[in-house]
Design a protein. Structure first.
Length: 257
């Protein structure tokens, strides 16, 4: 019987390290899917309030070799993977190797400065067995879409999150108000957008958990290209993209009791 295996070498291992660092505090144990198109992950947090997806396009790998089949699903702990990736540095090359066993081999390759000598770390990460159903997310037309700089969004959220744990988002025409009210008072961040940066069919008023948005906003380290999608009484979507690769967050709104 022919064994199945894959070998992946990232063009930019730092990009994957950032994805894992962003996700690890929201979801713990996940399934990574390796397909003919690229690497993807989908997971829901333990409270079933938020959902994370990411996709790394095949073109973002220097080498992308699948043998025996064109679909792999490996289960692992993001916490454990993050412990390994903490040792990864920007000048390293990151590779994954898998041969249908219960471990994922993770290699860091690098060339010493002013030397012809190559060195390598090889890690064997024990895999898990996670049975989860992949959610099919329907494509729905957005009622409001906002294009925003990811770092500016992160900085704004960091500043206003000190007041309370709930964020009110109010859309009026081409103006968006982000408001937080708590025991110490109230803070409001108001921003107007051009027609190119925002489309809105009608006014909206929604409330979300600030704790999750603070964690999501850290994805500015992955990409500053942020698209915010809002629909009345539906989850907020935050999409950070680089070329054909992306990470997307869904967060259910809060409702008054």
């Amino acid at each position: 019987m022919t064994s199945s295996s894959f070998f992946l070498r990232f063009k930019n291992g730092q990009m994957f390290k950032q994805l894992v660092d962003i996700c690890k505090d929201i979801v713990q144990d996940v399934n990574l899917e390796i397909t003919a198109q690229g690497m993807t992950m989908q997971a829901m947090d333990s409270s079933h309030v938020s959902l994370i997806q990411f996709f790394i396009d095949k073109d973002d790998f220097e080498e992308y070799f699948l043998s025996g089949k064109d679909f792999f699903c490996i289960s692992l702990s993001l916490k454990n993977l993050n412990l390994i990736l903490k040792c990864f540095k920007e000048n390293y090359k990151l590779t994954f190797a898998f041969d249908d066993k219960d471990v994922l081999q993770i290699n860091f390759n690098y060339t010493l400065d002013n030397s012809d000598s190559d060195e390598q770390y090889s890690w064997n990460l024990n895999l898990m067995n996670i049975e989860t159903e992949k959610l099919q997310i329907p494509e729905e037309e957005d009622e409001c879409k906002i294009m925003m700089d990811g770092w500016q969004f992160y900085d704004m959220i960091k500043n206003i999150s000190i007041v309370n744990e709930s964020l009110d988002i109010n859309v009026t025409g081409k103006v968006v108000n982000f408001e937080v009210q708590g025991d110490i008072g109230k803070v409001n961040f108001c921003k107007s957008f051009t027609r190119e940066k925002m489309s809105s069919k009608h006014n909206l008023s929604l409330q979300f958990s600030m704790r999750y948005i603070v964690m999501f906003s850290k994805a500015h380290t992955f990409s500053r290209n942020l698209e915010i999608q809002l629909r009345n009484e539906q989850p907020m979507q935050l999409l950070y993209s680089v070329g054909n690769s992306w990470i997307r967050f869904f967060l259910a709104p809060k409702f008054d009791d």
